[in-house]
Design a protein. Structure first.
Length: 368
């Protein structure tokens, strides 16, 4: 998803986007199609139903536009945004997370409670079983503490089990953590982790959702939110998971998005280790210590300390992208709009100049 900064969104356009966001059968692709076709959400809302049909949109979408429930929901969201610490990030605005913006189905709107600024910090996702073993929970907590201590934001889904252990451990050492919900922020699920979410928000971390504030728990929404967990992150660490675990969905999405996938092995007799073993057979990085992760991401630990280039040197467009996130050469071609041979030639020059380095198939900007 290419992201170009646009003019600030007017109050009327914001209200129209919130109305579009609540329409039935309207996901990110159709939301984007409407904005591209009509130029704004305001114009899309007022367009005739025939224009919507011409775009191939379901009748349920266009008919619901003027429903009182849709208008009231948008008004409620506007009131929610007026409260301190509650934010809305939009995919065509400069405060939208740059790494998430790169995925093909980035959510057009993100409701955020807490500090949205941490979404631009380097994140690592940690996922695993909801019914994790005690050793699995202890392992998740140990890795989360170490990774948070190394400066990474820990991102997960605020589910029971491994997710909760990872979030809590990051908080315990004063680190930052991001929870991505499969419900609206006002319909928190599972309720057993409500206190953990409140602690995250109060401590300067964040809880977010792409769903309308009042969206309840629906089975299909939890796999859908997994693309956000992986999309925000540099990589995904699977701690303990069966072969049927939703964590493997997150890992698959991470691989498709060009993110690194890490997996911690376990006993061959433990069903909760079989998903991780499957991932390792499929090419995930086998992780036994935190160093196995930090080795691949050591360039990221240097980025916050980078200094500005000399005034006489124009920033290289590929380096600008790499300072936002490490990328494969193919992803750089997509993000820059350059042909792959041109990207490869430029990367070779940057590597020879000591300005970029390739690690495990991904390119990092090197700090001089």
């Amino acid at each position: 998803m290419s992201m170009l900064a646009t003019a600030p969104v007017s109050p009327a356009e914001l209200e129209a986007r919130l109305r579009l966001h609540r329409l039935p059968e309207l996901g990110p692709a159709r939301f984007k199609k409407l904005l591209e076709a009509f130029g704004s959400a305001s114009k899309a809302i007022s367009a005739p139903a025939s224009a919507w049909r011409a775009l191939g949109l379901p009748l349920a979408c266009s008919e619901a536009r003027r429903c009182a429930e849709i208008r009231d929901g948008a008004s409620h969201a506007l009131a929610w945004l007026e409260r301190p610490g509650q934010h809305l990030l939009m995919w065509d605005q400069p405060d939208y997370p740059s790494l998430l913006a790169q995925i093909s189905d980035a959510p057009p709107l993100l409701f955020v409670a807490g500090d949205p600024g941490i979404l631009e910090k380097p994140q690592l996702a940690m996922v695993g079983s909801r019914r994790a073993s005690r050793p699995g929970m202890d392992t998740a907590a140990a890795f989360s503490r170490s990774l948070a201590g190394a400066g990474f934001v820990i991102t997960s889904g605020l589910a029971l089990g491994i997710d909760a252990a990872a979030h809590q451990a990051a908080l315990d050492i004063g680190g930052q953590t991001v929870g991505v919900l499969g419900t609206g922020l006002e319909k928190f699920y599972p309720q057993r982790n409500r206190r953990l979410a409140d602690a995250m928000i109060a401590s300067g971390s964040a809880v977010l959702s792409e769903f309308p504030l009042d969206a309840g728990p629906t089975a299909s929404n939890f796999p859908r939110r997994n693309r956000i967990i992986s999309g925000l992150s540099l990589g995904v660490l699977v701690v303990e998971a069966s072969v049927a675990s939703g964590s493997l969905i997150t890992a698959r999405l991470a691989a498709e998005q060009g993110r690194e996938v890490y997996a911690i092995p376990g006993s061959i007799h433990h069903p909760g280790a079989r998903g991780c073993h499957q991932l390792i057979r499929d090419g995930a990085v086998l992780v036994e210590t935190i160093e196995h992760i930090l080795e691949a991401l050591r360039g990221w630990q240097q980025l916050p300390f980078s200094t500005e280039a000399p005034a006489t040197a124009a920033p290289h467009p590929l380096l600008t992208l790499l300072h936002a996130a490490p990328l494969s050469s193919e992803a750089l071609a997509d993000a820059s709009g350059w042909a792959l041979p041109k990207v490869l030639g430029a990367l070779t020059e940057l590597e020879m100049e000591g300005r970029a380095v390739c690690e495990n198939g991904r390119w990092f900007a090197r700090v001089s």
